[in-house]
Write a new protein. Structure first.
Lengths: 408, 408
């Protein structure tokens, strides 16, 4: 019996040729040489080496230690490179060239695949914002007056965006409960997750030029899972009036794989009906394509499923967020990353943060390791996701995982 | 009479050999070749060319298009390079080599001298925070409960940090006054300034390792003036609950010159007495050197002096801000920039924003061009500053200037 080719994937493999996410890897033999790779099944194709082997004109974009040159090359290049890659992994005549360039995923180390320019995080799930409002402002309106008029966002720390698999050191800082006379210092006792979908900007835009709603695909290269780790006790004490700072800036984990937007064409879906009229720059009622993505997220702690946040329920879309972020003339840079904000659905088991799942620690849940309200040292959080693809095949998004290690 | 050397400076020149700020320039003849320069009097020395001419071992750090390699080289290198530069501009024997490498300031173009990694802005003047609190929350406490326990900060947009002299396009966005039933869209009608002092990080720190108060000089290379342009109407509508976003992200102007910390040794001064006990990581009562800097800022609009904010009055110091920013384990990168927050003194003519100077537009002031509450198109804002130097000589900080151009 001939040896099975890594390119002969099981039917319905969520990382088949319809997906082809990008990442950056090293091998044990050459741990310093970062290379752009494309995931196919449970292997990664050395994309630069493949381009060379096949005499492709895209070798200059693919034989790189980072995704940034391809990101900067623009939408036409993204499409053409994707077409070429699809041919390389599907056309039988290429197999002799391609197969030797495939590395099993468990034999490589994945790295942050792009250099992050600015990192912005949004707050775009109505269910999440309503839950948070009810928890923190039980006597007021759950949503602030601006919430349905604009996608609320803020800048996060780009320098602490880390790749999936990186341990997360429990942050220390100030916290103060109403019972405390003064703030106390110590490791966070309310360490939380936020299940999000991130978007990666490729094509820059000049200062002073807003990016229109319809230009989303010209600027955004792809998407990935993101865990916006949050220390709720630090955040609660610091965030009035200028927003989250140390409660978030210690780490933001992103998946090692970036899924091209084109791979999610079949997952486009209409966002929820809007309750209030939107200003023209945000009005997507006449958009050419639906602005949402039907991405189904699963959140597991120590391997146990705790939530299934549905990204399709987000009130604000990624295109609206991009239009809003630039409407004041702010420029985009290659490598800008923005997070959707915590994804929470209407059901209890669809909440994307422990803050919501446990109602700020009031309702513990059981794990085999013991009761949990927030994260304990040693806990490992893993988010996975899939979306509907062509012909009923799923599109897998790369996981984002991280383990909590004790405070220093 | 022999031609006067550019190195023969008038007595007391604030840009004498005691100062030597760094910048990046191009000449009209070679507009694409960015070079590191050091300001001496009204000239800029081509630092890389000087290092080559004198066979200096620092040519590798100085023959660069950006300050980043020198920033990354660390404190010992900073000191040694500064010593070398001081010798080059003061030792008569070097004059034949140095003089041909001096370019008049008015014959060069200055550029952003470093690549900004993360940009953080603080809120550290008690006078400013009190004024803002009184304006926006007239019925509540002027300062939020956390204000005297931690230096409040937030991340800004690194990608829209621009060098002095860059025009600022009036941003558009949503605003809503209490009288409006719904938000309206349009150019900001409350475009403001914030006079600040910025700090530039050279030496990085690893993720998970807080930087102690006493390690400030190991990480921070230098300082510069910063104008944190602010659209108050956009900001007021958007900033609850996650802080400023589009009200700030359209532009932040920084001076073209970075003053090394050593040049400000004589300007170190004790911060105001603290009203509440500080947690140990912020407690500078036993610090080896005073944490403040006696930098005197002047703010002019269209050449007319409107305010003189005294940096020495800041409640929180730059060292405290650095310690706070990293106490949760957040890493530092070479090129991280942080702003002090608006500098406002106790007197009306020491306020560092038009919001305060005009009490949110209530009290207009007169310019030859007409009444002003906030900025009009065409207005040019220029901030200059000096600090006490050795032997009673002033240390000049490079100006930061920008002109408002109409919204697109």
């Amino acid at each position: 019996m001939p040896e099975q080719s890594p390119l002969d994937l099981p039917e319905g493999d969520p990382f088949g040729p319809h997906n082809l996410p990008y990442g950056v890897f090293t091998t044990a033999g050459e741990p310093e040489r970062r290379r752009l790779g494309v995931r196919i099944g449970s292997h990664v194709l050395d994309a630069g080496a493949a381009a060379h082997a096949l005499g492709s004109p895209y070798a200059g974009l693919l034989a790189q230690p980072s995704l940034n040159p391809l990101l900067a090359a623009g939408r036409t290049a993204w499409r053409d490179v994707r077409r070429a890659l699809t041919a390389w992994v599907t056309v039988p005549a290429h197999r002799p060239d391609i197969e030797p360039l495939l590395h099993p995923l468990d034999a490589v180390t994945m790295h942050l695949p792009y250099e992050v320019a600015d990192y912005v995080d949004f707050y775009a799930s109505e269910h999440h914002a309503t839950n948070v409002g009810r928890i923190f402002r039980p006597d007021g309106d759950a949503l602030t007056p601006n919430w349905k008029h604009l996608p609320i966002g803020y800048h996060g720390r780009a320098g602490t965006v880390v790749v999936s698999g990186t341990d997360v050191v429990r942050p220390s800082g100030q916290r103060k409960t109403p019972a405390d006379a003064a703030p106390v210092f110590g490791p966070s006792v309310k360490l939380d997750i936020e299940a999000e979908v991130g978007f990666l900007v490729g094509t820059p835009s000049p200062l002073g030029s807003p990016v229109a709603l319809g230009d989303f695909r010209d600027h955004v290269f792809g998407t990935f899972l993101l865990n916006d780790w949050s220390a709720r006790d630090l955040q609660a004490w610091e965030y009035v009036p200028l927003g989250p700072f140390l409660g978030k800036s210690f780490a933001t984990s992103v998946a090692a794989w970036v899924t091209p937007l084109e791979a999610l064409d079949a997952a486009r879906t209409a966002p929820p009906a809007r309750d209030v009229p939107l200003l023209p720059y945000l009005d997507d009622s006449e958009a050419e394509e639906p602005g949402g993505f039907d991405v189904r997220i699963s959140v597991a702690i120590n391997g146990r499923l705790v939530s299934e946040p549905p990204f399709a329920t987000m009130y604000w879309t990624a295109a609206q967020q991009l239009a809003h972020m630039t409407v004041n003339g702010a420029s985009l840079r290659t490598g800008d990353v923005y997070g959707s904000g915590t994804v929470s659905g209407p059901e209890v088991n669809q909440r994307g943060s422990l803050l919501e799942l446990t109602w700020n620690g009031r309702d513990a849940f059981e794990l085999p390791e013991g009761k949990r309200t927030f994260l304990e040292d040693g806990d490992e959080v893993t988010m996975t996701a899939w979306a509907p693809g062509p012909d009923g095949v799923r599109v897998g998004l790369g996981e984002v995982t991280g383990r909590i290690v004790p405070a220093v």
